[in-house]
Design a protein around this ligand. Structure first.
Ligand SMILES: N[C@@H](CCC(=O)N[C@@H](CS)C(=O)NCC(=O)O)C(=O)O
Length: 288
């Protein structure tokens, strides 16, 4: 398997690559963007950023400002897509919060979706393995996770279900307890079926309750107070995750910042991108 380089763009003294490849996990062509900072190191740490509902790899690439901080601190960035595209499954393109653009970073088990909707294996296994061959100077053993909304859920879930694999995790407005919110119920119900035990294997609030691994870095979360998905729709519920972490005695703790007046958009994400970059740089061995 090899990547097609669709674009190679100079940015912040590094290179932004827009790539595509045939995925064995999703059985579709997948797009992914990778930013490589101007480093002479042959072991450049990596931050994987998982995007939210409706996004392609380009939304965060164009609006998060993360590349500036990747150059400043010296880590590479990986921006995966949010679902398979064009799998030709009935209903896949019918709503903005399910199917295309909403793979939810799980491996589907229901008959209808399980052939293609395997974003958990795609992100945490296939993509990282394939990128390590394409980019030999990137160190995929020194890697962290971040993400927004559905991707914030994907980051927390991926970190907690792969103990020790990721050095650190952070999230912007994450869907923190998907088993108890409308987005989670819709997506988990369709992808994983009605047995909630299967949902809990991905739900950060359940995962942290059972997390036993000694690697317990501080988990950084920002949430905008004026985000309608938080304040009005109760899709995000970061406080429930914080409580679960406290109850579980998670050693690093969860640092939740509710930022007054900020919404759910990339104006919010870009404002706090540096705090997240700094957080990961510390755990990736790039700063104090
Ligand atoms: N389409 C939805 C909004 C979806 C949304 O806010 N998606 C977030 C992630 S959950 C996002 O990043 N959208 C793309 C963007 O802002 O570039 C609506 O009309 O309410």
């Amino acid at each position: 398997m090899s990547f097609t380089i669709n674009a190679e763009i100079s940015q912040f003294h590094g290179k932004l690559y827009k790539l595509s490849h045939e995925s064995t996990s999703t059985k579709t062509k997948m797009d992914v963007n990778v930013f490589v900072p101007p480093s002479k190191s042959t072991k450049i740490p990596v931050l994987v950023y998982l995007s939210g509902l409706t996004c392609t790899p380009n939304n965060a690439t164009e609006k998060s400002f993360f590349q500036y901080f990747a150059t400043k601190y010296g880590f590479a960035l990986v921006f995966p897509d949010t679902s398979p595209r064009g799998a030709n499954i009935e209903g896949e393109d019918d709503s903005w919060d399910f199917g295309s653009g909403a793979g939810f970073y799980v491996d589907a088990t229901t008959e209808k979706w399980s052939k293609n909707y395997n974003m958990y294996s795609y992100v945490h296994k296939e993509l990282l393995t394939e990128l390590s061959k394409q980019f030999p100077t990137l160190d995929f053993e020194n890697i962290s996770l971040s993400g927004h909304s559905m991707g914030g859920f994907g980051a927390l879930s991926g970190f907690l279900s792969n103990p020790g694999k990721y050095k650190s995790v952070s999230a912007f407005a994450p869907i923190s307890n998907p088993s108890t919110c409308p987005w989670g119920e819709k997506n988990f119900g369709n992808y994983l079926g009605e047995d909630k035990a299967a949902w809990y294997k991905y739900d950060p609030t359940h995962l942290i309750a059972d997390y036993k691994h000694e690697h317990q870095p501080t988990i950084l979360i920002h949430q905008g107070s004026a985000d309608g998905f938080y304040a009005k729709d109760h899709q995000l519920q970061p406080e429930i995750f914080v409580d679960a972490a406290k109850k579980a005695g998670y050693k690093g703790g969860v640092e939740l910042h509710v930022a007054e007046g900020y919404d759910h958009s990339y104006f919010f994400i870009s404002t706090f991108a540096e705090e997240h970059a700094k957080h990961h740089a510390k755990y990736l061995g790039l700063s104090e």
